[in-house]
Design a protein around this ligand. Structure first.
Ligand code: NI
Length: 263
């Protein structure tokens, strides 16, 4: 069984078959889905999905690419959403300098990121961090808010093995998805070889980032088996072990109340 730790099933690309797809996924290989908010509107839709399906959980947050939405009262609104019993994380939050080159907008990204990190700390929730072409500032903000006291994952990890070691030191997990199946993903493959399996999470970022041989198509959680296979091959272990350990990891991070101590 697989714990899908990052999907956007509220996306319009699922409008025609969402319910059928969710039912199929949850009656087959997928035991739980964390649907991740990216804006105020998608956070609302994410909570609605989590209310509809027992095995769907919600992350609430505003993505750095969506901070056009962000108003002063947004943090208070998010704080209210974070009280919902199906909300298990704050995310996705972070910095994206790949798509945003304007220094004023980047400054706003940093401010929203820091505020949402503080919210996670206050609510004792883990965070889902999106960071692209912004490693240095991401690290700096994480240090300034004492991120080592806030559990979380660096989602769709795209940086070096050396930087992964820094995130691990702060207790962070590394989110791995379809990119690991791409031929040219040398850096990520190296990260997956080096990071302890106990710190890796499986994620699709559906509808984006479909693994080979479906690259460019709409992604969904059933394709996580290809991601698990790629990780297994890189580490010389079985796919079943990857699924089992990453499932334990996801439960430890997002559903700690359900995890029994294993001696
Ligand atoms: Ni995402």
């Amino acid at each position: 069984m697989i714990f899908e730790t990052h999907a956007h099933y509220d996306d319009a690309s699922f409008d025609n078959d969402r319910d059928l797809l969710m039912q199929n996924l949850l009656s087959d290989k997928i035991s739980a889905i964390l649907n991740v908010g990216a804006s105020i509107e998608s956070t609302k839709r994410t909570i609605a999905l989590a209310e509809k399906y027992d095995a769907v959980y919600a992350a609430v947050g505003v993505h750095p690419g969506e901070i056009g939405d962000w108003k002063e009262e947004s943090i208070h609104w998010l704080r209210e959403q974070a009280r919902h019993p199906k909300v298990v994380a704050i995310g996705e939050i972070g910095l994206d300098y790949h798509w945003e080159k304007d220094p004023v907008a980047q400054q706003k990204q940093r401010q929203c990121f820091a505020q949402q990190m503080e919210l996670a700390k206050e609510r004792r929730l883990p965070v889902i961090i999106h960071s692209r072409d912004a490693a240095e500032d991401t690290m700096q903000i994480m240090k300034s808010v004492h991120a080592d006291e806030i559990p979380g994952v660096v989602h769709c990890y795209s940086y070096s093995p050396e930087l992964a070691a820094e995130f691990l030191k702060m207790g962070y997990y590394i989110g791995v998805g379809g990119v690991v199946t791409f031929k040219n993903a040398k850096k990520l493959k190296e990260v997956v070889r080096q990071v302890p399996l106990e710190k890796i999470l499986l994620e699709t970022d559906a509808p984006y980032m479909a693994p080979e041989p479906f690259r460019g198509k709409r992604n969904d959680s059933s394709l996580l088996v290809y991601v698990a296979e790629a990780i297994a091959e890189l580490r010389g272990i079985s796919k079943e072990e990857v699924e089992r350990v990453t499932m334990e990891n996801a439960c430890r991070l997002f559903l700690p109340q359900t995890v029994k101590e294993v001696s």
